[in-house]
Design a binder for this molecule. Sequence first.
Ligand code: UD1
Length: 484
Amino acid sequence: MKLVPKSPNVRSTHPASLLPGAVGDFKKPVSRSRTIRIDFREVAIAPESLMDKFVIRGGNPLVGSVRISGAKNAALPAMAAAILTDEPVILENIPDVRDIQTERNLLVSMGAEVELGYGRASHRTTISCSNLANPEAAYELVKTMRASTLVLGPLVARMGRARVSQPGGCAIGARPIDLHIKGLERLGAIIKQEHGYIEASAERLHGGHIIFDKITVTGTEDLMMAATLAQGETIMENCAREPEVTDLAALLTKMGARIEGAGTGTIRIQGVEKLHGARHRIIPDRIEAGTFVIAAVLTGGDLTLTNCDPTHLGALIQKLEECGVRIRTAPDSMRVTNGHQLIAADITTEEYPGFPTDMQAQYMTLATQAQGTSIITENIFENRFMHAHELVRMGANIKVEGSRAVVRGKTPLSSAAVQCSDLRASASLVIAALVADGETIIDRVYHVDRGYERIEEKLKGVGAQIRRIGEILPKRTAAPSVVA
Ligand code: UD1
């Protein structure tokens, strides 16, 4: 499906059908390319009235094989990187998830042409930013997806200016973007912050020395992209070492950037005058893979994950082995089996290659089923235990004390009506429901849809009992008149 900015003389498809979250948009695979023109002045976020739920009956072991999708967190910066060139960038292994559609909408709102193909077009997107007219990321899009701020660096580098909404707080913590801003200033950008927007400008960025106060994944990516077109050399220290950063550097290098050290704490970039188009395959999603691994472990299943990269899951695999799980890995697949009692083990979330914060919630569900006490320490985000309260409602014994959660197991889980609060918290509830006794109803699954590609279909394919039910609230009608 190709989205291009609407010109006034073109008949438009109703924007509602393209909203991130609209039924026709993300639920059905699009098997061929279509060109649709939409008016992004009218685009808003998914209507709250579209409240899909999952109904899950627990108890079935997951047996079989699941194909892991491309990494959302690698695809998002890769799409933003297309801003850096006027030639088309072709990205393969793009996951069919809502955040990708939000990013597509964002790029199109700026004037980019984005062709997004699924099915036979094999999860591919072609992005052409030859006619960027509007270097702005509006609040309506940024508030639904914080990673929208990834366009800040590329826009200033290529267009000389950017206007990006401040993201504000989110469910898991304050998540400021001050380090992106400080870094851009070090590269010569003039930054103004007013009316909730960051306005950055620079005739041409210049190289600089950036030492991140704190390790930030999207901050590293944003500034790495900005530095590719800056004049001179940029040295960035205390960088994020996540595989997604390395993948972005690989794409940028294919586009003509000169980058050394991606995947280490120090990255050096020699700015170039111009970048060109490229074709790149996005790495597999390590968090989706980890989520399925834990689901298989807890259901006593025998699951093979294909199209994954076990080397990106080192900390999780090591911890699961400590709990007594057997995992066999091959270069692009892994098999997990478990039929015996798990042993409790503590985790502390850290930057890569440490235990990922994006696997903390799913691990907490596992800890409820392990024998003994597990201490879970969350070091990256200050408010990332929302799932704990829902797990307690399902029978878990969890005490949250500041950045630590103490989980005492094993406690049987029983079905309940629970609610998703954020993407990974939702995954922990889906896993809990797969082992709970009875039928669990999980509300607000639009959080799951942000980052997991058709999770219910993948789970059903390996034996889970799960179905999606959509509840579309009727439009408000006039109150019936009261007959005396
Ligand atoms: C990325 C991932 C997210 C993951 C997180 C940590 C994407 C799209 N998202 O998010 O899934 O949970 O890494 O692995 O890749 N911070 C600041 N100032 C800043 C930037 C960050 O104080 O300017 C703080 C944050 O509040 C947080 C910590 O640094 O406490 C790490 O955040 P960061 O690595 O930036 O997370 P994201 O890149 O937003």
